[in-house]
Design a protein around this ligand. Structure first.
Ligand code: FRU
Length: 501
C-alpha cells in the first residue's frame, strides 16, 4: 500500500473508532437500566407461574407469558441468529395493567426460550406504562426499540410520547434512551392527535419511515388515521412528520391501533387494529408523494385475534403473530400469541396466510385415514384423541349441504367444537368467515392447530379463524361429519404437537 492508501485507511479506522466511542458514550448516558424494577416484576410473574402451569387449559405450543396477563406481540425482529419476540405484559396480575415488555427468543421459530423482561415503566421519569411498539437496528448498527410511553396521570388518549430504548446485540439488557421523547405531540404543529400510539418502522429506498395509529377527533369516528414520519438521522433520534398516510374509510371506526405497513410481493400492505376485527389494505405507496392508495381490503382473522405485528426474516419471509384474546378470567394467566404465520399476496393482490412450515418439527404420532366418502353421517375416529393436535384435511364437498369435523368431542358425543363448511361460509365454533370455492378449486383444505383452549383454523390459506374454546379437559375426541349429501375426504392427517418450551 502506498502512503496515500495508508493515510486513507488510517483515517477511516480513526473515524470509525470515533463513532463507536460516541455511540457507546450516548448509550452510557442513557437512563439507568432499572434492574430492581425488572426483578420485582419477574418475581411477581414467577410466583404466579406454578399455578398457571398446572392449568389444563393453558396452551402448550403458543408463545405466552410465564404467568399473568399478556396482550399484543411487540417488536418482532430477527437479529444475529435469533428471532426475538416481545409482548405486552402485566407481571402483577392476570388482568390488563402495569404494561411491561416480556421477551422470548428462538433460533428456529419453533422452540422458544424465556428471557428477562425487556422494558419496564420508568417510574422515576414519570412513566406509567410501556405500550406497544417495534424493534429495529439503527443506521449505526445499534438495536433500538420504539414504543409508546404513557405518563403518570396522563390519559393514553390525550397525551402519549414515543420513546426509545437501546441495547447491545444480545438484546438482553435495555436502557431507555437519554434523548427521550423521540417523538412528541408538538411535532404535528397544530394538528391534534388522539390515542397516538404503537410505532412501526419500515424502510424503503434507503429511507427510514415510521407509522403510528390514532385519530384526529377524540375518537368520535370518521377520523381514524395512520400517521407517517421520516427519520432525519442515522441514529433514528430525530423525526419529521410527513402527514396522514391513511384514513379509515368506515366513519364508524373511531381509532386505529397497531398499524403495520410493509411491502409484500411487489405491493404494500397496511394492517390496522380498529377496535374490531383486524383489517388489511393492499395498495401502492409512492415514496415521493408519501401517498398510499389502497386497492383492496379484507379481514385478517375473523376470531379472537387482535393487534398483530410482524418481521422480515433472513429468508425474505414476512412473518406475523397476533394476540389471541378472550380467555376466561382468574386463571392466573391470560392471553397468548398465534403461531407464526407466513404472509404472501396472490398475483391479483389477495392475502394468503400459512402457518410457518418449521412448525412441522413439533409433530409426533402421525395418523392418516385413507381417502373415503361419507354420506349423511358422522364418523368418530377411534384411533386418535388429543387436545394439542395439528389436523390437515382435504375434503371435496360434492353435493353435501354441510361437512366438517368436530374436535374436543366428548365420549357421549354431546359436546364438541365444530368446524363446518356449507359451500359459502366457514364456521368455527360459531364464528363465520366467507369462503367460496371458485371453479378450479375443488377441495376445502383445512389446517387446524388445536392447543387446549386455543384453536387456529386456516381454510385454503385465506380464511383464518382463531378461537378460544372452553372444553372439559377429558373431551379429546375427533369426529367427521357430512350432512345433506355425500362428500369425499381425500386426505386426513393428524399429529400430536409437542410443547415449544
Ligand atoms: C392494542 C393496544 C395498543 C396499546 C396496547 C396497550 O391491544 O391497546 O394500542 O399500545 O394495547 O397494552
Amino acid at each position: 500500500m502506498n502512503r496515500a492508501g495508508i493515510l486513507i485507511v488510517g483515517s477511516w479506522i480513526a473515524l470509525n473508532a470515533f463513532w463507536t466511542i460516541r455511540s457507546i458514550a450516548a448509550t452510557s448516558k442513557a437512563l439507568p437500566h432499572d434492574q430492581s424494577a425488572i426483578d420485582r416484576a419477574m418475581s411477581s410473574a414467577e410466583a404466579a407461574a406454578s399455578r398457571a402451569e398446572k392449568d389444563p387449559t393453558r396452551p402448550l405450543y403458543h408463545v405466552l407469558a410465564p404467568a399473568n396477563w399478556m396482550n399484543d406481540p411487540n417488536g418482532p425482529i430477527y437479529h444475529q441468529g435469533y428471532y426475538h419476540l416481545f409482548y405486552q405484559h402485566n407481571p402483577y396480575g392476570d388482568e390488563w395493567g402495569h404494561m411491561h415488555w416480556g421477551h422470548v427468543r428462538s433460533r428456529d421459530l419453533v422452540y422458544w426460550e424465556r428471557l428477562p423482561i425487556a422494558l419496564w415503566p420508568s417510574k422515576e421519569a414519570g412513566e406509567e406504562h410501556v405500550f406497544s411498539g417495534c424493534a429495529t437496528i439503527n443506521g449505526t448498527g445499534q438495536p433500538i426499540i420504539f414504543y409508546t410511553s404513557i405518563g403518570r396521570g396522563q390519559s393514553a388518549t390525550d397525551h402519549a410520547e414515543q420513546w426509545a430504548a437501546v441495547s447491545d446485540d444480545a438484546m438482553l439488557v435495555w436502557r431507555k434512551h437519554p434523548e427521550n421523547p423521540m417523538l412528541s405531540l408538538p411535532l404535528h404543529g397544530n394538528v391534534p392527535i388522539y390515542d397516538w400510539r404503537d410505532p412501526f418502522i419500515f424502510r424503503e429506498k434507503g429511507q427510514t419511515f415510521l407509522v403510528l395509529g390514532g385519530n384526529l377527533n377524540r375518537g368520535k369516528g370518521g377520523r381514524a388515521v395512520v400517521n407517517l414520519y421520516q427519520a432525519e438521522n442515522a441514529e433514528l433520534t430525530r423525526w419529521k412528520y410527513l402527514g396522514v398516510l391513511f384514513t379509515h374509510p368506515d366513519p364508524k371506526v373511531s381509532n386505529i391501533e397497531c398499524p403495520n405497513f410493509f411491502k409484500l410481493d411487489g405491493r404494500w400492505l397496511l394492517v390496522v387494529s380498529p377496535h374490531r376485527k383486524v383489517e388489511y389494505f393492499v395498495g401502492r405507496f409512492d415514496t415521493a408523494s408519501h401517498e398510499f392508495r389502497s386497492e383492496q381490503s379484507g379481514t385478517l382473522d375473523y376470531g379472537n385475534y387482535y393487534a398483530p405485528n410482524c418481521l422480515l426474516d433472513p429468508k425474505g419471509r414476512r412473518i406475523m403473530w397476533g394476540w389471541v384474546n378472550g380467555f376466561k378470567q382468574g386463571l392466573g394467566w391470560n392471553g397468548c400469541l398465534t403461531v407464526p404465520r407466513v404472509l404472501s399476496l396472490t398475483r391479483d393482490g389477495q392475502l394468503r396466510q400459512k402457518p410457518a412450515p418449521e412448525l412441522k418439527r413439533l409433530r409426533s404420532d402421525p395418523f392418516a385415514l385413507p381417502a373415503h366418502r361419507l354420506t349423511n353421517s358422522m364418523q368418530f375416529i377411534e384411533q386418535v384423541k388429543g387436545d394439542a393436535l395439528e389436523i390437515a384435511a382435504e375434503i371435496e364437498p360434492g353435493d353435501a349441504k354441510s361437512l366438517g369435523l368436530t374436535v374436543r368431542r366428548s365420549v357421549d358425543r354431546k359436546r364438541g367444537v365444530t368446524i363446518s363448511f356449507d359451500g359459502q361460509e366457514l364456521d368455527v365454533a360459531g364464528v363465520k368467515a366467507p369462503l367460496g370455492l371458485p371453479r378450479g378449486e375443488r377441495s376445502l383444505r383445512l389446517h387446524v392447530f388445536l392447543d387446549r383452549s386455543v384453536m387456529e383454523v386456516f381454510a385454503n390459506d385465506r380464511a383464518c379463524i382463531t378461537r378460544v374454546i372452553e372444553s372439559d379437559p377429558a373431551e379429546q375426541g375427533i369426529e367427521l361429519f357430512v350432512s345433506g349429501g355425500t362428500a369425499k375426504f381425500r386426505s386426513l392427517n393428524i399429529w400430536a404437537l409437542n410443547t415449544i418450551w
